[in-house]
Design a protein around this ligand. Structure first.
Ligand SMILES: Nc1ncnc2c1ncn2[C@@H]1O[C@H](COP(=O)(O)OP(=O)(O)OP(=O)(O)O)[C@@H](O)[C@H]1O
Length: 258
């Protein structure tokens, strides 16, 4: 890791500590902020303008849901906020630090330490047990942490999502709901500032989905994590602190209209 990357990551770490020290909602500022985001790409000879002047801010311990039709740009926004894609205009700030200008190394380090991601299709590594899947995320985020400590923290995270008895199970030995709870433990074990969830209940039945969401909300509140989730599930969206809608690449706040 080069000097600049270390500095950037240290800055993010300091931002995290500052936020942790403060009461949620106090003057800490948003955990994630998008300012005038535009995102375009060229596909099949055509210029696509996918996100148009998107502005968004999510505070620590706040849960914000994004709803909107298929193809409106929800996942694209999440990818930009995760640092997995780059905006063509505007700024993304995490804990006050602009990530738009970071290079690939810096972005990778930023993601490991700051962002947890929960996917619709779980994205667990099939050859690793539940414990190993969770431990690996922590090992990557905290390379200096000792293995026994990592395993202990991973086991605790799995216990918190009710999977104490499933530590040595491979993903294909678990139900969808169990796999998503492993995904949640993996996303939260690093105590991220920001949790991004793309249709986290999309492949689960209603009851199982509700259970995963309860766990996600509880963990977010306990760890003071800002949560941004995409969902087609109205009930889930209504439980969020704020509900935003994406339509044709533009974001609007629905909460005040209800
Ligand atoms: N790499 C790409 N190449 C071409 N088009 C893309 C690419 N990525 C996204 N798009 C287009 O950008 C638009 C927004 O896609 P995005 O996945 O962000 O929508 P979404 O709101 O998340 O949809 P869904 O709810 O179906 O997941 C879509 O029209 C999609 O086809």
């Amino acid at each position: 890791m080069n000097y600049e990357a270390n500095r950037a990551a240290d800055h993010v770490d300091r931002g995290r500590e500052n936020l942790r020290d403060r009461t949620p909602g106090a003057d800490a500022g948003p955990v994630v902020e998008a300012k005038g985001i535009n995102f375009g790409l060229r596909s099949a000879g055509e210029d696509l303008h996918i996100l148009k002047d998107v502005n968004l801010a999510v505070d620590a311990a706040e849960v914000v849901a994004i709803v909107g039709p298929s193809g409106s740009g929800k996942t694209s926004l999440l990818m930009l906020l995760a640092g997995l894609d780059r905006a063509t205009g505007g700024q993304v700030l995490i804990a006050g630090k602009e990530i738009t200008g970071l290079n690939e190394d810096e972005l990778a380090r930023f993601r490991r330490n700051t962002v947890g991601i929960l996917f619709q299709n779980f994205h667990l590594i099939p050859s690793l047990t539940a414990l190993e899947n969770v431990a690996l995320a922590l090992e990557i985020a905290q390379p200096k942490m000792k293995l026994p400590e990592i395993r202990e923290a991973a086991a605790k995270a799995l216990e918190e999502v009710g999977l104490k008895e499933r530590l040595t199970h491979l993903p294909n030995m678990m139900s969808g709901g169990e796999q998503q709870r492993v995904g949640l433990a993996r996303a939260m074990v690093t105590k991220p500032l920001l949790l991004l969830a793309d249709e986290p209940t999309g492949n689960l039945d209603e009851d199982t989905g509700a259970r995963v969401i309860d766990l996600m909300f509880n963990m977010a509140r306990e760890q003071n994590t800002a949560v941004l989730l995409i969902t087609h599930d109205r009930q889930l969206a209504n439980r969020a602190d704020r509900k935003l809608t994406m339509a044709r690449g533009q974001l609007a706040d629905l909460s005040e209209q209800q």
